[in-house]
Design a protein around this ligand. Structure first.
Ligand code: HMH
Length: 221
């Protein structure tokens, strides 16, 4: 399934945009140890807001899976993702004070608002499960690939940032992303062309928003 799926075709087709998200200069600066810590702090506060908005979106994907999927393991994979979101929120709350970031006072930046609004649009019952699960997969996958880069043997990731990279870059999260990719591929493989086209648009929107989210964290928007 993986290798010959719709997703793999799209990743080849949109390779530059995909690597623009996974190998963004901010990620590369973490890996190279040259990161400006003010960027990390900005990212930390904004991503906390994003992750909170990602919870109801995940719940909507779970609901669609229960209603529209023929395979009960979809629900279990998504539920596992929601359990790790619970840990993520706890991690942000524990991490923020170490950096002097006050989470209760964070104001969402324009890009973050756009991204959260995009998630809300995908929560509509009219949006097909195939479209929503494709977006859900790519949102998780870009973080997994990006942060995994910062954990490679030859990376110079600052010790203070290792835990953040570990959170999304670890092998368990990688396996989870591959499970999501298999689910998305299975549904894309049997969806009508108009649904497949909307899923591709959603994928591109996510990639563009991810690049902008990193730019925003660098203070470049
Ligand atoms: C912006 N994209 C963004 N934040 C995240 N935490 C993830 C993806 C992965 O959950």
């Amino acid at each position: 399934e993986v290798g010959g799926g719709v997703i793999e075709t799209w990743l080849r087709k949109h390779r530059l945009l995909y690597t623009g998200a996974t190998e963004h200069p901010l990620i590369l600066s973490i890996r190279d140890g040259t990161i400006d810590f003010s960027s990390f702090k900005r990212w930390l506060g904004q991503d906390y807001i994003f992750v909170r908005a990602f919870v109801p979106f995940s719940a909507s994907v779970l609901l669609k899976a229960c209603k529209e999927s023929d395979n009960s393991s979809d629900m279990e994979v998504i539920l596992g993702g929601m359990a790790s979101l619970n840990d993520e929120i706890a991690w942000f709350k524990k991490e923020a004070p170490k950096w002097g970031v006050e989470l209760s006072t964070i104001v969402p930046q324009k890009v973050n608002q756009d991204y959260c609004r995009f998630l809300e649009s995908l929560m509509s019952p009219e949006v097909e499960y195939t479209v929503a699960i494709t977006a859900f997969w790519v949102i998780e996958a870009v973080y997994q690939e990006g942060f995994a880069l910062c954990l490679k043997d030859d990376s110079k990731t600052p010790p203070e940032l290792k835990e953040a990279c570990q959170r999304w870059g670890n092998d368990g999260f990688g396996q989870y992303c591959r499970s999501l990719q298999n689910i998305a591929n299975r549904h894309l493989g049997k969806a009508p062309p108009d649904v497949v086209a909307r899923a591709e648009v959603a994928l591109l929107q996510v990639l563009e928003l991810e690049v902008e989210f990193w730019n925003m964290s660098q203070g470049k928007t």
